[in-house]
Design a protein around this ligand. Sequence first.
Ligand code: NAP
Length: 229
Amino acid sequence: MSTILITGANRGLGLELTKVFAGLQWRVIACCREPEQAALLKAWAGDAAVTVHRLDVGDDQQVSALAEQLAGTPIDILFNNAGVYGPERQGFDELTVDDWLETFRINTIAPLRLAAAFVESVAASQRRIIASMGSVMGSIAENSSGGHYAYRTSKAALHMVMKGLSVDLAPRGITAVAFHPGWVRTRMGGDAAPLQPEESAAGLTEVLLGLTPSQSGLLLDYLGNVRPW
Ligand SMILES: NC(=O)c1ccc[n+]([C@@H]2O[C@H](COP(=O)([O-])OP(=O)(O)OC[C@H]3O[C@@H](n4cnc5c(N)ncnc54)[C@H](OP(=O)(O)O)[C@@H]3O)[C@@H](O)[C@H]2O)c1
């Protein structure tokens, strides 16, 4: 049985990915900050293949404790999905240092921290994939509207993290990619977003399952297109 670990699995894209992989008979290690309040996720945990784990990705002790608990369990896909938009107002003259750092802590630093904590479990698996939810909002080439400084810079830096991992972990046969899920109707994406989470998660899953080592280090969208950095 293949295994995927998903962060931020209680709602939005993380919940949708959990449903898709559970439906494919994968074992899903579904992580979220507040399992007690994750009613939608817990409904899926009735399925024996889905286990729910407490994980605030910004809490180093929780990351270490979960990695220790799961040591010896091969993880085919580590999916860093959890992310934040950051403060509401992100104009060039509106950000506070603390708000910016907090956005980086969750969107950029936590995925690298998780990769380091779970690298042995991923290396011991069949597929050996580390994926992180980036965004074209973090693409320097595709930035034509400015603003969103905390979010854009944290995702641009996350893309660099994934590129770095693709180089550092290639000798261990690990493929590392960043994904753009499309503009998706979630709490973060908002009501105006054209894509339903189901459509994005289905596309992401297809791309993930067809991933080859030659794609390591790329920013891929949910349709499998390479997007520019
Ligand atoms: N929606 C879009 O259009 C879009 C586009 C590009 C990229 N993305 C990326 O896709 C990913 C998923 O976003 P979404 O659209 O599904 O948004 P969402 O509905 O707002 O979900 C965000 C998820 O991240 C979790 N999270 C936030 N901080 C966390 C922390 N410190 N520890 C653990 N979990 C944490 C949230 O958990 P809580 O419920 O505990 O807050 C929630 O499960 C994000 O990385 C986002 O940047 C989304």
